[in-house]
Design a protein around this ligand. Structure first.
Ligand SMILES: C[S@@+](CC[C@H](N)C(=O)[O-])C[C@H]1O[C@@H](n2cnc3c(N)ncnc32)[C@H](O)[C@@H]1O
Length: 232
């Protein structure tokens, strides 16, 4: 009898990764290919940052963590150009900047169970459109499938209603252990963080952890294999 393990979350609407084409000029960076092929001893933990802006957090994170590899994605061209200008001056070999939509790019590039952590720093969608909040999106389930057990999703925002909703969704829908705290007022990780804290606003962070045995619909789904299977 086929007794499938039940899903670990309560999200009813399923993401449909097979409907997303690869971004223009798509390639899988060598560091991601290595996660599948190299010995564990050679691998650096892989970190993903979505919406990296001009790369302030990405550049300092990579400089401070030489034993981790960060992939930082930004879709807005002028921000990405500012990011790569600074990146070219520093040449950090543990940082890969990517100019793409993070949803399509992640679907095509990142294998399941491969990320040690995921940063979503000040995503600030249009406030009246809650569908754009990361934890409201069916894509969040796909993102969780790419995370390793014990891995963390780190979300920061200055919008209290975003944080309240994220905390509630993390608990009641995604069933993820999490902790919420205020960002210290002297933090300077990103341009937006600097701006909000300088204005005297409160910023919050929610850190969610993927528990052992967590099951999603995408744990065995990978775009490369899917396209190979389609051709069979
Ligand atoms: C408010 S800015 C914050 C930038 C930076 N994290 C900071 O805190 O300074 C949000 C950024 O996320 C980017 N972004 C939003 N959705 C994205 C997606 N699906 N893929 C890639 N970048 C995205 C936007 O282009 C924008 O630069």
């Amino acid at each position: 009898m086929n007794r499938e393990q039940p899903l670990s979350h309560k999200k009813v609407r399923a993401f449909q990764p097979e409907k997303l084409s690869a971004p223009r000029d798509f390639f899988i960076p060598e560091v991601v290919q290595n996660t599948a092929t190299k010995d564990d001893s050679d691998k650096l933990p892989l970190i993903l940052e979505i919406g990296a802006g001009k790369g302030k957090h990405a550049l300092s994170f990579a400089a401070v963590h030489p034993k981790k590899h960060l992939i930082a994605i930004e879709r807005t061209r002028n921000k990405f150009e500012a990011f790569t200008k600074l990146f070219n001056q520093q040449l950090l070999d543990n940082l890969t900047p990517i100019h793409a939509d993070a949803i399509a790019w992640t679907v095509h590039a990142i294998p399941p169970d491969s990320l040690a952590s995921i940063y979503l720093l000040y995503p600030n969608p249009e406030q009246h459109n809650p569908n754009q909040q990361w934890l409201n999106m069916p894509f969040f389930e796909f993102l969780l499938s790419r995370l390793q057990v014990g891995g963390e999703v780190i979300l920061a925002t200055n919008i209290e209603s975003y944080m309240d909703n994220a905390e509630q969704q993390a608990l009641s829908i995604w069933q993820l252990p999490n902790r919420r705290h205020k960002v210290p007022s002297d933090n300077q990780r990103t341009h937006f963080e600097v701006k909000y804290l300088a204005r005297g606003e409160t910023c919050w962070q929610l850190t969610m952890t993927k528990p052992e045995g967590y099951k999603t619909r995408f744990d065995n789904w990978f775009a490369e294999e899917d396209s190979v299977n389609d051709k069979k």
